[in-house]
Ligand binder design. Structure first.
Ligand code: NAD
Length: 319
């Protein structure tokens, strides 16, 4: 197949539905061979609540990928369109699952070029009601579920670079507006998605020497995760353009995951409908240096003066 990803091998995590499915189909349409990962869990991460697969298999490297699993369904779609794909049913937030995911790409296609970290789920609660388990589960799937595949993919690319085969490797991470601005009722999710931005910056800096570029997106689209928020959205009657369709997010992800994005790393993009925005993050604002230690009263007076000169922060979603 021709296209801007011809010859490349791409892993997409959580690609059995929603945004990940759209990314996997879009990569395949641009010529990539795709590893479609999905554990097939419910909206809150609970096993066995998956409507396509029925009871989910055990988490980890050896999770079976049943013929009715969401990952298999997407593989079948890609093959039906003339593309190449394999399914992987492991849990990306376990070391064994992440390691076997990278191995799946190498075993099936003999190479790996792009990793799209996308899998995740929600356990929304106000902070005072947020149980420890809801905190741990969401931090685990998003933050650890980004770190572990990234680490195993990066180890492969470092070995390639050291063997004199420096790759044009790409990682696309999935943050959220919740991670960039905060979102009421999503303290766990906002913290995890903000952590993904920090991870992206460090990975971009550390992995550049091995030919790896690392960027993040903050998407918005109508999926099962957001169907209530975007329930009323539909295609524009005049153009037929459905601004909240997940496939609108994928073209930027495909470009970031292609060799064509050479030179772009450590950046965060908001992407929704027909809009792409470069997000500009923390940077020093008004500052003063006394050259000595402040008293608390002086520090407060100075902070208030600086705040009066500073740009106001963006509004927290839902505040
Ligand atoms: N939909 C939006 O508007 C929106 C906005 C901001 C961020 N995001 C992020 O985009 C990503 C995709 O979300 P979506 O809206 O497509 O949700 P979705 O629920 O439709 O898809 C997520 C997929 O991840 C899979 N998954 C969950 N845990 C897994 C694990 N441990 N291992 C492997 N697969 C696992 C699920 O089975 C599911 O198929 C998520 O990281 C989400 O936080 C989505």
């Amino acid at each position: 197949m021709s296209g801007i990803c011809a010859g490349r091998v791409v892993i997409v995590t959580g690609a059995g539905r929603g945004l990940g499915r759209a990314h996997a189909l879009a990569f395949a349409a641009e010529g990539a061979r795709v590893v479609v990962n999905d554990l097939g869990v419910g909206l809150d991460g609970a096993p066995g609540t998956d409507t396509l697969a029925g009871p989910a298999g055990p988490a980890g490297a050896d999770s079976p990928v049943g013929s009715g699993s969401p990952a298999e369904a997407v593989v079948a779609e890609i093959r039906a369109a003339g593309g190449e794909a394999v399914a992987h049913g492991g849990d990306i937030a376990t070391d064994a699952g992440a390691e076997s995911l990278v191995a799946a790409a190498l075993d099936a296609f003999g190479r790996l070029d792009t990793l799209v970290n996308n899998a995740g789920f929600l356990r929304d609660r106000m902070l005072v009601n947020l149980a420890e388990d809801d905190w741990d589960a969401v931090m685990r799937v998003h933050l650890k579920g980004h770190f572990l595949p990234l680490r195993h993919a990066a180890a492969h690319w470092r070995a390639e670079a050291r063997a004199g085969r420096t790759p044009a490797a790409r990682i696309v991470n999935t943050s959220s507006g919740a991670g960039l601005l905060g979102s009421v009722g999503q303290g766990n999710y906002s913290a995890a998605k903000a952590g993904i931005v920090g991870l992206t910056l460090v990975a971009a800096a550390e992995l550049a020497r091995y030919g790896v570029q690392v960027n993040a997106i903050a998407p918005a689209a109508r999926t099962r995760m957001t169907e209530r928020a975007f329930a009323g959205t539909m295609a524009a009657p005049d153009t037929g353009f459905d601004a909240m369709a997940p496939g609108n997010v994928s073209p930027l992800v495909v470009w970031l995951g292609s060799a064509a994005s050479s030179g772009v790393t450590g950046r965060v993009f908001e992407t929704e409908g027909g809009r792409i925005t470069v997000m500009e993050g923390w940077r020093p604002g008004p500052t003063v240096d006394k050259g000595a230690r402040w008293t608390p009263a002086e520090a407060g007076e100075t902070a208030l003066k600086l705040l009066a000169e500073a740009a106001p922060p963006g509004a927290v979603y839902g505040a």
